[in-house]
Design a protein around this ligand. Structure first.
Ligand SMILES: [Zn+2]
Length: 215
């Protein structure tokens, strides 16, 4: 049996493949922190530090935070006590230069690729609806609210984020295929790649993940 915990994992996969959902479940299995660049950026912004304010300006303008800044912030986060023996990295590395930098300050045990076709990414994300008030996520086809456009729990209005409109999804997918998909080969060549089919239900994806890692 592989040792529980103390595993350093990175999660790859297109937007909508369920990386965040799987990561939340794996935190309970492996007892390692889930570290997403989104959360790192939000924490930095909250401190209103010089770097935090710069990151806020970049994100507000709709741009991606540069490799240099992202690498620096992830390196700092991985140096904290809770992440020294294991972690799940989600949203990093996003590019080959980021992966090469990561090799310089940490040793990845496995790269988990959540595999989902472009057509299914589009179907999942374009159906996503979010409550304006409580943030609960619905899906027009798979998990609709009981009353159209009204949140079941808080009565808030349900809407489609700009990010989840078809054109925006296509653009996110293009960026992913161009910049991030090459990481799949990068980790395959190192013998670290684990492929998990992202199509089934969450419970099955978790089960397949466990099998693939021998947990
Ligand atoms: Zn709500």
């Amino acid at each position: 049996m592989a040792n529980m915990g103390y595993m350093k994992l990175i999660f790859l996969g297109p937007p909508g493949s369920g990386k965040g959902t799987l990561a939340a479940r794996v935190v309970d299995i492996l007892k390692v922190p889930h570290i997403s660049t989104g959360a790192i950026f939000r924490a930095a912004i909250a401190t209103k530090s010089f770097l935090g304010l710069r990151v806020k300006a970049i994100i507000d303008a709709g741009h991606l935070v540069s490799d240099r800044i992202t690498i620096e912030m992830v390196k700092e986060r991985l140096a904290q006590a809770d992440a020294r023996q294991g972690y799940i990295l989600d949203g990093f590395p996003r590019t080959i230069p980021q992966a090469e930098a990561l090799d310089g300050f940490s040793t990845v045990d496995k790269a988990v690729d959540l595999d989902l076709s472009d057509a299914l990414v589009l179907e999942r994300l374009s159906g996503r609806r979010i409550c304006r008030k409580c943030g609960f996520t619905y899906h027009a086809t798979f998990n609709p609210p009981k009353k159209a456009d009204i949140c079941d729990t808080c009565g808030g209005e349900i809407y489609t984020r700009d990010d989840d409109r078809e054109k925006a999804i296509q653009e996110r997918l293009e960026v992913y295929r161009e910049q991030t998909a090459p990481l799949i080969d990068y980790y395959r060549k190192k013998g670290l790649l684990v492929e998990v089919d992202a199509r089934p239900t969450v419970d099955l994806v978790v089960e397949n993940f466990r099998k693939a890692l021998g947990l």
